[in-house]
Design a protein around this ligand. Sequence first.
Ligand SMILES: *[C@@H]1O[C@H](CO)[C@@H](O)[C@H](O)[C@H]1NC(C)=O
Length: 254
Amino acid sequence: MKSFTAAAALAFVSSAAARTFTVYNNCPFTIWPAHFTAPAFSSTRPNYPTGWAQGAYQAVSFSVPDNWTAGRIWARRNCDFSVNPGPNSCLDGGCNGGLECDINTGGGVPPATLAEFTLGASDGNDWYDVSLVDGYNLPVRISNNKGCHVADCAVDLGPNCPAQLKGPFDSTGFPVGCKSACEAGLGDPVNNPNCCTGTHNTAATCPSSGVAYYSYFKSNCPNSYAYAFDESSGTALWTCSAGQRPDYTVTFCP
Ligand SMILES: *[C@@H]1O[C@H](CO)[C@@H](O)[C@H](O)[C@H]1NC(C)=O
């Protein structure tokens, strides 16, 4: 009896060494979600293909290691992988590799709204955010089952996107993205406050006030990570105690 209990406890410990992530497509159209892990941390990838098709109102769940580090989940729009599968197979968010993103170089083509995660960081927290640093292509929400703060960008930023940033567009002319000022090529290529590059490469020298159209993104999506040093806003990066082993849901078109 005693050894049975010990074995059951061990089984519990090993199954608790992972979290359940659910991706829910609340958009009224098919999307092609993907995940990517920064190559330096690729020993901790989720146990699921790196890209898949997901119809409207479908949910998929998969297991993610407790120490998933520098991971991202996003979704691609208007894909066709039948010819020359790769980054241009989708109107936005496409990746090297085609349907399944290359584990080393398949981080996705901007503009794309990113759900970013580092689980079990050294401070004992999970860290997560909805990033608009690479621009916007779909509304996204990160929620969890432990009552920790929601991170989201719930607004469709395409239609009212400033003209310089708007696009790409689908065959009807509808904007399926809104680029960041940096991705849109506004400003100097090497020394650019929109990109926090050159002399602007620190939080102190790259304030949000110097980033063109920052307020369009941040005012519509106040819980999002809207430029490279948005921690200072206090509403960009969110935490949840890793000890509670939260499960997360990433909802597209929440
Ligand atoms: C995550 O944990 C696994 C298993 O313990 C280990 O092999 C890997 O190096 C860890 N990765 C990171 C990024 O800490």
